[in-house]
Design a protein around this ligand. Structure first.
Ligand code: 6PG
Length: 471
């Protein structure tokens, strides 16, 4: 291929990059791919023989085939590599060219990169992409930020390749600056929360209800066909039927109980703390991943403390299972509410100007946290984009009120039985805290003033006050 023919070029030819290029080619876009590693370019050529995709072995030839102004998507690991690739690109690019970082970059880095490129005339866009390799092939959910004019210049190709929910593309301009990567970061925070809740629901079924893998699988599958319908419940149902190829056991039973993470959940919690947003289900989901990694320590502690979980009576199993579904629905709603509330706070803190309805809309398909429930969330923000928290929405509050009793029953059963149940327990205590007109924070004010003369405020008049306590 010679001359400037391609509408878009992609750097980073892992499975995700290859799949996104094929997806774009399916929509009749001529596209090009480049990777520093020639083996990856060979793989692209091999996998995409039937497509009009140009595989470049050198950056120069890659740049040459791109139509001007150029659109270049980076799908390289987040961190320093993004900076190295940008540094290699800058001398080859011109005023008006657009670089789109499609990785899970930290939003602070994205803001820095936008700033660094400002004087070059090259536009930089941070775009979260969700859906994994399959999503990239069939249609991911995409969350671009950056300048709205830049988005308008590139949107056709992304709208054509995004997942569709009721015919609407699951991609939209999220907001200014690093808004796209921020929204993706919180998407992942919610993902952590939902995954931890599903893990705890599994633990409840296995260790309190005494259910086997087939029954656990059927239960998740049944839930997925009801109001809990979601990608994560769907795959969880499938996981429990997978057999190990190296033994005659279920695969789930040979996988070590130590979960890994790449950082987006932690960033969500860290930034929530920075801006004063409250996302405890996400916080404990991160904590539980770290706690799971302390396997040798947990082993020592289990030999000191009796960690046998109490099984429920057989005649209670069916009722408890129904209540667990209810508790999971309640907790999913709380987790989405916490993430969305963080986005709302971040929108004013960082001047992102987020459209909350649009975020819920583009998460309805293609991404990891897609769920039927996102339609309820979308409606809530359609009615009121300024809603501080989904817990204040009429329909969602009705759901929470009707599930609250079952939620309490399940959490108290788990805690009494000795099951680690951090995410569920935090969902209900967050709910209790949020709906409290009065909290014991008056005592915290008093204590701070007592030991540090930090002053306190009064109910009956404005101002700051200090008392010489007990003098
Ligand atoms: C997605 C996923 C994707 C990735 C996570 C995994 O939306 O497609 O979120 O981005 O699988 O980053 O994150 P951890 O490795 O931290 O669990």
């Amino acid at each position: 291929m010679t001359g400037q023919k391609c509408e878009l070029g992609l750097i980073g030819l892992g499975t995700m990059g290859q799949n996104l290029l094929m997806n774009m080619a399916d929509s009749n876009y001529a596209v090009a791919g480049y990777d520093k590693n020639p083996e990856q370019v060979d793989k692209l050529k091999e996998a995409t023989k039937k497509y009009d995709i140009f595989g470049a072995y050198g950056l120069k030839s890659f740049i040459t085939v791109l139509k001007k102004p150029r659109i270049i998507v980076l799908l390289v690991p987040a961190g320093k590599i993004v900076d190295y690739v940008i540094a290699d690109l800058i001398p080859q690019l011109e005023n008006g060219d657009i670089i789109i970082d499609g990785g899970n970059s930290y939003f602070v880095d994205t803001d820095r990169r936008i700033e660094e490129l400002k004087d070059t005339g090259i536009h930089f866009v941070g775009m979260g992409i969700s859906g994994g390799a399959k999503g990239a092939r069939k249609g991911p959910s995409m969350m671009p930020g950056g300048h709205p004019d830049t988005w308008n210049r590139v949107k056709n190709i992304f709208e054509a390749t995004a997942a569709k929910a009721n015919g609407e593309p699951c991609v939209a301009h999220m907001g200014n600056g690093s808004a796209g990567h921020y929204v993706k970061m919180v998407h992942n925070g919610i993902e952590y929360g939902l995954m931890e809740l599903l893990a705890e629901a599994y633990d409840f079924m296995k260790n309190i209800l005494g259910l086997d893998n087939d029954t656990i699988s059927q239960t998740f599958k049944k839930w997925d066909s009801g109001r809990l319908q979601s990608f994560l419940v769907e795959i969880t149902g499938k996981i429990f039927t997978q057999m190990d190829t190296e033994s005659d056991q279920y695969l789930i039973d040979v996988i070590r109980d130590e979960s890994k993470s790449k950082g987006t959940g932690k960033w969500t919690s860290q930034d929530a703390m920075d801006i004063g947003a409250t996302v405890p289900v996400i916080d404990v989901a991160v904590v539980m991943r770290y706690l799971s990694a302390l396997k040798p320590e947990r082993g020592k502690a289990s030999s000191i403390y009796n960690n046998e979980v109490q099984l429920a009576a057989k005649d209670q199993v069916s009722t408890l299972l129904d209540q667990l579904e209810s508790a999971l629905y309640f907790s999913f709603a709380v987790t989405y509410a916490q993430g969305m509330a963080q986005l709302k706070t971040a929108s004013s803190e960082y001047k992102f100007n987020l459209n909350m309805e649009s975020i819920a809309a583009i998460w309805r398909a293609g991404c990891i946290i897609r769920a039927d429930f996102l339609e309820d969330i979308r409606k809530a923000y359609q009615e009121n984009n300024d809603l501080e928290n989904l817990l204040l929405d009429g329909s969602i509050s009705n759901i929470l009120k009707s599930e609250e009793g079952n939620m309490r029953k399940i959490v108290s059963t788990a805690i009494t039985a000795g099951l680690p149940f951090m995410a569920f327990a935090n969902a209900i205590t967050y709910f209790d805290g949020y709906r409290s007109k009065r909290l014991p924070a008056n005592l915290i004010q008093a204590q701070r003033d007592y030991f540090g003369s930090h002053t306190y405020e009064r109910m009956d008049k404005e101002g700051k006050f200090h008392t010489e306590w007990n003098n």
